[in-house]
Design a protein around this ligand. Structure first.
Ligand SMILES: Cc1cc2nc3c(=O)[nH]c(=O)nc-3n(C[C@H](O)[C@H](O)[C@H](O)COP(=O)(O)OP(=O)(O)OC[C@H]3O[C@@H](n4cnc5c(N)ncnc54)[C@H](O)[C@@H]3O)c2cc1C
Length: 432
């Protein structure tokens, strides 16, 4: 396979630096906004991460803010952006090399997602591709050889897009009580039930679906009886109905209610063993937290970049508004919050990638959830303050910060809310 130059570069570096935290650090590489050096210059991204950032930045440079403004206003799928990343193999960043992926870790995938949102693409840009990166992780780990061979290469080359079907309207964050039922038939399963908020279902060919194969009343524990599937989205099937949800932000990507009514799926769509779906989905959850944290960070930095430019250029009362501490200090505070959240994020991703089983899973879980929480909160602070620093123009579409503010609520809500993270950390750290 003729691999893109950046992928070859990353691959050759993995051989020497894989699983060696901080190997190949190049402190001279600029990190910060507008070429100013930031704290992370001195705290050690790996050469692989820096390579990913540079390559993704180059692709994102072809998609300026006006592209994302238009896509948001017209609610039009950014398919050119998805195609550009697919063309260079980036959708397979964390998928196995044997199926055409780059075989990199979540540390590098997090860097990719941060770079995308930071470029101005925002959460919409990230959402256009991220299910292809994280929802495919359980498939890569637990899928059969046949499933991997027939699916993964199509996802990586962009011919098939994927969405993730977990959330249900009547059970929400209480995922273990979800009601969508996949009942065994002679050929496979018949699925009935409802999902909500399924991103990109309108443009996806595949859905990674979590459904019950044993009703809740018939299992000893709610963690039992769930199964994971990789199914086709057949829009012509009478048993499938997709309805778009009108939403506040990230309007370039669709979000949907999905109705299944005796929707037939073949037996070979089951991922791993029947009734083991909870164990399987857990595998992808910590990775997803890290990616979302990266997305939140990028959005926060993008907002601060805009605010810093405006604060230096906007003159009232005879001086640039940034010369007033009332304007500069909230931005400085927001920057420090982002930097702290970034340390937590890449620490969590590194724990995830390097855990050979010696680190308890809940230690990794607390780190990944903490990272997502801290990054989402820091992004919200940065985006809100960026709007306020722009005064009235913060409310105008052309300055982008209003788009960022609308989008920065997503990492606070999904895939798990702030409150549920606080519940989880309280429990695991014995505060509750
Ligand atoms: C833009 C967007 C895209 C999304 N994309 C997808 C997708 O692609 N696939 C998918 O499956 N899902 C997706 N989701 C769904 C998302 O993961 C859920 O919205 C999220 O998990 C919250 O679930 P819920 O909306 O049902 O909230 P609910 O469960 O109804 O909770 C409502 C509120 O109550 C709080 N709450 C509930 N129980 C407790 C408790 N015990 N203690 C404290 N507080 C509590 C919650 O924290 C929350 O603030 C998306 C959501 C959004 C907004």
């Amino acid at each position: 396979m003729n691999r893109p130059r950046w992928q070859r570069l990353v691959r050759s570096r993995i051989i020497s630096s894989r699983h060696i935290p901080c190997a190949g650090v190049s402190p001279a590489r600029a990190f910060s906004m507008s070429g100013r050096r930031g704290l992370m210059d001195t705290t050690g991204f790996s050469e692989d991460q820096l390579t990913v950032r540079e390559a993704i930045s180059q692709i994102c440079a072809n998609f300026p803010n006006t592209y994302w403004q238009e896509r948001d206003q017209q609610e039009k799928d950014p398919k050119e952006f998805h195609a550009a990343l697919a063309k260079d193999g980036w959708l397979g960043i964390a998928l196995p090399e044997s199926f055409g992926g780059a075989g990199l870790g979540i540390s590098e995938a997090t860097m990719m997602m941060q770079t995308i949102t930071q470029s101005g693409a925002g959460i919409a840009g990230a959402q256009a591709i991220h299910a292809n990166v994280y929802a495919t992780q359980p498939l890569a780990r637990f899928g059969t050889q046949e499933q991997l061979e027939t699916t993964i290469p199509h996802i990586i080359n962009g011919t098939w897009r994927t969405c993730f079907g977990v959330t249900e309207p009547n059970t929400g964050l209480d995922t273990l009580r979800l009601k969508t039922l996949a009942t065994k038939t002679p050929d496979g399963y018949s699925v009935s039930g409802q999902k909500i908020w399924i991103t990109c279902a309108q443009v996806a060919s595949k859905m990674i679906l979590l459904a019950r194969t044993t009703p809740l009343g018939e299992v000893k524990k709610p963690t039992e009886g769930l199964s994971m599937f990789c199914i086709d989205i057949d829009r012509n099937h009478p048993g499938l109905d997709l309805r778009k949800i009108k939403k506040m932000g990230g309007r370039a990507v669709d979000a949907n209610e999905v109705f299944f009514d005796n929707y037939q799926i073949p037996a070979n769509t089951l991922i791993g063993q029947e009734n083991q779906g909870f164990k399987i989905i857990l595998h992808g959850m910590n990775a997803e937290r890290c990616l979302l944290a990266g997305e939140a960070l990028g959005l926060g930095y993008a907002a601060l970049e805009k605010a810093s430019q405006y604060a230096r250029e906007r003159v009232v009362f005879g001086r640039a508004i940034g010369q007033n501490q009332g304007v500069a200090h909230p931005l400085a505070d927001a920057y420090m919050k982002l930097e702290a959240a970034k340390l937590a994020t890449y620490h969590a991703a590194r724990l995830y990638d390097t855990n050979d089983g010696s680190i308890p899973i809940h230690t990794v879980g607390v780190a990944c959830n903490s990272a997502k929480y801290l990054a989402a909160e820091a992004a919200f602070t940065a985006c809100e303050r960026a709007v306020l620093a722009h005064g009235g123009m913060g409310y105008a579409m052309e300055y982008d910060v209003e788009r960022y503010l609308r989008e920065c609520l997503v990492p606070r809500i999904a895939p798990v809310s702030r409150e549920m993270i606080l519940n989880y950390v309280s429990e695991k750290m014995n505060f509750a």
